[in-house]
Design a protein around this ligand. Structure first.
Ligand code: TRP
Ligand code: SF4
Length: 400
């Protein structure tokens, strides 16, 4: 019914690392070729856990956007913006909060998990409890039907669907819905309108499924019908109200196979990262120091790639020929660990070279980044305002 639209957000964590690249950004870059995409800096989300230390958020946001651009996110294709610069998110969050049962929020799995994980922080706050609702507002305000997220975020998408459904159920029938639907009907032309009425009757009186499909097909054929009239007629057909908020779906991103330097998940808090634009000397240094199979004490000791984090990196960076060279060379001690690491170092540096190149103009002139975000904020705000007009209308908060 609406154009397919992708939306995703990322908390500003400062410089991104290769785990972000392989886990998230590569996917964004792919998606921007196929869909209209909106990608935003979730700076308010950072405050839900970092309310006591907000100082770095702005700088982290700018750094992160430069990394997005470095990774190949293209501002000509995707709209890049900052959550707090589109304050309509907050308005929708507030309005949705009125109809959100507390139990729904308390049952979101990340709520208890995160509270336990970050137990040094007092997260018994209103904002932290409401954070999935803020995320729902982020999504619903753009009527995004596709939300690329990692597995941990899937319950949040499910929660957003439930919120959309509840909202549509409570407020979907705008004031004067019948009259507006009939008005829309008159715009179909007499012949089509008669056919529509006939199909509608067949569906509503006899539950004729084929009739409703034909009616939808008929609506699809009509050119020049406004989106809103199309929806009204869709709703009138099925005897439901107007769908105001669109139920989103998760676009599950495959978990990144990119482990950290120590073989654990790559994460800033483990200190095992390589950043997207880390300089070559540092990359080389870190890789040289990277632990290998502990059985290889001396150069002549054979090893087992399965026990070595370097092997996991070969699986990301090396082709089949190189991988079998590693397998054989390691097990027979024909190669040393430093030899083995060389192709990985080269692979990383080759991957980073275009990123560094893309980032350079933005580092030389930060105004370029501000312009991109300024433009993105404007575009996003335009879309958000449109939804908010309908949301206020549906609730009846219209003072015009
Ligand atoms: N909650 C997400 C995270 O912590 C970030 C986020 C905020 C988001 N709003 C969103 C992701 C909307 C997708 C859609 O990673
Ligand atoms: Fe790891 Fe390669 Fe050394 Fe084997 S040769 S232990 S795979 S670094």
């Amino acid at each position: 019914m609406y154009a397919e639209r992708v939306l995703s957000g990322m908390r500003p964590t400062g410089s991104l690392h290769l785990g972000h690249y392989h886990g998230v950004l590569k996917n964004w870059v792919r998606l921007q070729n196929d869909y209209p995409c909106l990608f935003f800096v979730a700076d308010w989300h950072a405050l839900t856990t970092q309310y006591d230390d907000p100082h770095g958020i702005v700088d982290s946001s700018w750094e992160m956007v430069i990394d997005w651009l470095a990774a190949g996110v293209d501002p000509e294709r995707a709209t890049l913006f900052i959550q707090s610069q589109v304050p309509e998110h907050a308005e929708l969050h507030l309005l949705l909060s009125m109809m959100t049962p507390l139990g729904w929020l308390e049952r979101v799995p990340t709520y208890k998990d995160q509270q336990e994980k970050l137990e040094s922080k007092d997260l018994s706050t209103y904002g932290f409890l409401g954070y999935p609702l803020l995320q729902a507002a982020d999504i619903l305000i753009y009527r995004a039907d596709k939300v690329p997220v990692g597995e941990d975020q899937v319950p949040h998408i499910e929660f957003s669907r439930e919120i959309a459904r509840r909202f549509n159920h409570l407020y979907g029938r705008e004031a004067g819905f019948e009259d507006k639907a009939k008005e829309a009907l008159s715009r179909l032309g007499a012949k089509r309108a008669r056919r529509y009425q006939d199909l509608r009757t067949r569906f509503q009186q006899h539950g004729d499924q084929a009739a409703i499909e034909s009616a939808h097909a008929l609506l699809d054929e009509v050119a020049g019908l406004s989106q809103i009239d199309r929806e009204r007629l869709g709703g009138y057909l099925e005897g439901t109200g107007k769908m105001i908020l669109v139920e989103p779906g998760a676009l599950l991103t495959e978990a990144s196979r990119m482990p950290g330097l120590d073989g654990q998940k790559m994460s800033k808090s483990y200190g095992n990262t390589i950043t997207l634009r880390e300089d070559a000397a540092s990359v080389t240094h870190k890789l040289r120091r990277m632990p290998t199979d502990p059985a290889r004490v001396r150069r002549g000791d054979p090893g087992d790639p399965a026990k070595c984090p370097v092997w996991q990196w070969h699986q990301v960076y090396s082709d089949d020929a190189c991988q079998s060279w590693v397998q054989q060379g390691c097990r027979s001690a024909a190669i040393g660990c430093l030899d083995c690491k060389k192709p990985v170092i080269e692979g990383i540096l080759a991957e980073q070279a275009p990123m560094r190149e893309r980032a350079q103009p933005y580092l030389d002139d930060r105004r370029l980044v501000r312009e991109i975000i300024g433009e993105g904020n404007r575009k996003a705000r335009h879309l958000a305002r449109e939804t908010m007009r309908e949301v206020r209308d549906a609730i009846g908060l219209n003072y015009a």
